[in-house]
Design a protein around this ligand. Sequence first.
Ligand SMILES: [Cu+2]
Length: 136
Amino acid sequence: MRRMAVMLVCLVALLLVVACGGGGGAGEATPAPAAMATPVNGVVQLTINDGEIQPKKVAIKAGEAVIFQVTSVDIYHTLSIDELDINLRVGRGKTGEVQVKVDTPGTYTFYCRVTGHRGSGLAGSRFGEEGTLIVE
Ligand SMILES: [Cu+2]
């Protein structure tokens, strides 16, 4: 019985460690749907593949210069942010970079400009290459 209690304490301790672990990491361990990506050493990594941009939510600080590193996996894609005049084209299998610096806090949309990739809105479309950039 005492052994059982010790095991229980260990289990609770383990759960606490796991629960507190997902802090400012790169977010590889916990695939939480609403996970917000933030720059790591000034760099945000994005991957565009098969109709999707990952991650879909990125948060940066106003006035902070951040490098967006964009990898296109299957075919060529773009990372476009209309309000910021950003339009980076990245070839298939390549990684491109663009500096993003936004002085005005707000919500911006990044997407792929290739025809049809952003999403047609049709039911069943697998394309939805867009995401949200939050500047705070
Ligand atoms: Cu695309």
